[in-house]
Design a protein around this ligand. Sequence first.
Ligand code: IMP
Ligand code: MG
Length: 184
Amino acid sequence: MKSFENDIKEILLTKEDIQGLVKKLAREVEDYYRDSGKELVFIGILKGCIIFLSDLVREVDLPLSMDFMAVSSYGMGKRESTGVVKILKDLDHDIADKDVLIVEDIVDSGLTLSYLIDLMKRRGANSIKICSLLSKPSNRKKVVDIDFLGVEIPNEFIVGYGLDYSEKYRNLPYIATMKEEAYQ
Ligand code: IMP
Ligand code: MG
């Protein structure tokens, strides 16, 4: 079996870069929620969030719970959001009156998040904030305020640290672009 490393063009963020961003975000989130009297729930958007969320929660020194949603806006083998958001798995618990922090790997077109924010507003959350490791601001189709952002990146397709191409490359410990010949 060939290593995924053969398909990588350029590393944009190393393991150490990412670790630094996670720590920075954890401090910001702690400062923001420390004095809130409400229940805090981190909502991970599957599957891209899994690695980032699992690192982030271990850095945040606050009582919190986790819940997950799975949505699809990409088709298999696609590199762009289709704009149609389908809920594949809904939350397990009620979010009414809770402080909701949506945890995303990346905000690209903003279509997925703007849909989810509307949904959670209708469900009566006390507050809804966004924490995203990455943002590609030049590709926005819907405006979204990212309350806690790791770093902005150029409009290039990337993989690793939870981010996939056709369900692969999520386990790379860094974030990188792919060689053109690696796409099928
Ligand atoms: P958006 O709806 O276009 O903002 O994108 C939502 C989702 O698309 C993100 O949560 C990611 O899972 C995925 N995505 C966006 N850009 C990339 C990328 O460069 N690589 C892999 N997945 C991406
Ligand atoms: Mg995602």
